[in-house]
Design a protein around this ligand. Structure first.
Ligand code: UDP
Ligand code: MG
Length: 313
């Protein structure tokens, strides 16, 4: 019999966990030829998530729980689940029931029929999400695809099935700043899409405020594209070109008397401000990459586990 882990990152999800467990457990018990486990990762929640998870795990030995020592973020939580899962396959899913656990049997079917290592879920519709969220998501995927070296499927979250081959490949990756959906695309093997409608959040509110969204987008961009570094080359060339044209204009203007800028100071100030800006922007971009290098060189762990429940040693 094959085994499956459902990997669920949870941050302040007291309002949804019990319902998530009920629905998922129901699906897992209905699977005849798959032995299903659930790994909850409590990402340093400040509400009752911890107690609810401990209670569920005390009654169901197929529920495993990892408690983080603090909030490390969604991607480290999923990573911890991947690192700690020993089953033949895993499904990564959000706790808020936006991704219906009832689709798990279909994912397994697709995985078997297509002999695919990865079945990634593509959102046809996104219910209950704000216009702003959809717009920023769209812009984000567009930019990522034009900038990065790997092609990312659009409208795809982390909701997907991965088999042992993909899990092992993922776990072998050493980088600490993980953009998981990008990395899973990057590892290759056979990957097939699965289309579904994304529901509205069951309860509670999004745990991705704008600040976390921006950090997430930044990691994706910096880890998957070197094109922003080209910015300094492009801006530098542009500035160089403008400089030459301007110098010619001033010189000819002086010779033929069609401009008196040579005596003006505003032109000088404008040039200083403009090129000051260009330089700061390019240094800023460089700084972002150095920041990433700094973090990777320090090589701190992505997460720290405070407690493990129902894991055998
Ligand atoms: N999450 C987490 N740590 C965080 C933020 C979010 O583990 O710091 C989890 C959250 O509990 C949920 C999933 O990541 O299971 C996706 O978050 P959410 O549904 O709030 O994001 P959205 O669907 O609004 O993009
Ligand atoms: Mg959600």
């Amino acid at each position: 019999m094959q085994t499956l882990s459902v990997i669920v990152p949870c941050y302040n999800e007291e309002a949804v966990i019990q319902e998530f467990y009920n629905r998922t457990k129901h699906v897992l018990t209905s699977l005849k030829d798959v032995d299903g486990y659930i790994i909850f990762i409590n990402d340093g929640s400040k509400d009752n998530t911890k107690y609810i998870l401990n209670l569920i795990a005390s009654r169901d030995e197929k529920v495993k729980v990892l408690h983080f020592s603090r909030n490390f973020g969604h991607q480290p939580a999923v990573t911890a689940g991947m690192n700690n899962c020993t089953t033949d396959m895993a499904v990564i899913i959000d706790a808020d029931l936006q991704d219906p656990p009832e689709l798990i049997p279909d994912l397994i079917d697709t995985h078997r029929k297509e002999e695919a290592s990865v079945v990634f879920c593509v959102r046809k519709k996104r219910e209950g999400e704000t216009f702003f969220k959809k717009l920023t998501a769209k812009l984000f995927y567009k930019t990522m695809n034009s900038l990065s070296e790997v092609e990312f499927p659009r409208d795809t979250g982390d909701f997907r099935l991965v088999d042992r081959k993909a899990i092992d490949a993922f776990n072998a990756l050493k980088e600490k700043g993980k953009y998981i959906r990008g990395l899973i695309s990057w590892i290759g093997f056979k990957q097939v899409p699965f289309y579904y409608n994304r529901d509205a959040r069951f309860a509670g509110e999004t745990k991705y405020p704008l600040k976390k969204m921006l950090t997430f987008a930044k990691t994706a961009l910096l880890y998957f594209s070197k094109k922003p570094l080209m910015l300094s080359v492009s801006l530098g060339s542009l500035a160089f070109f403008i400089g030459i044209v301007y110098a010619l204009w001033v010189w000819l203007g002086h010779l033929f008397g069609f401009t008196n800028v040579i005596t003006g100071w505003s032109s000088t100030v404008i040039i200083i401000i403009f090129f000051g800006g260009v330089q700061l922007i390019t240094i800023g971009v460089l700084g972002q990459y150095i920041g990433v290098l700094f973090d990777e060189v320090k090589s701190r762990p992505e997460y720290i586990i405070d407690e493990k429940i129902n894991f055998e040693e």
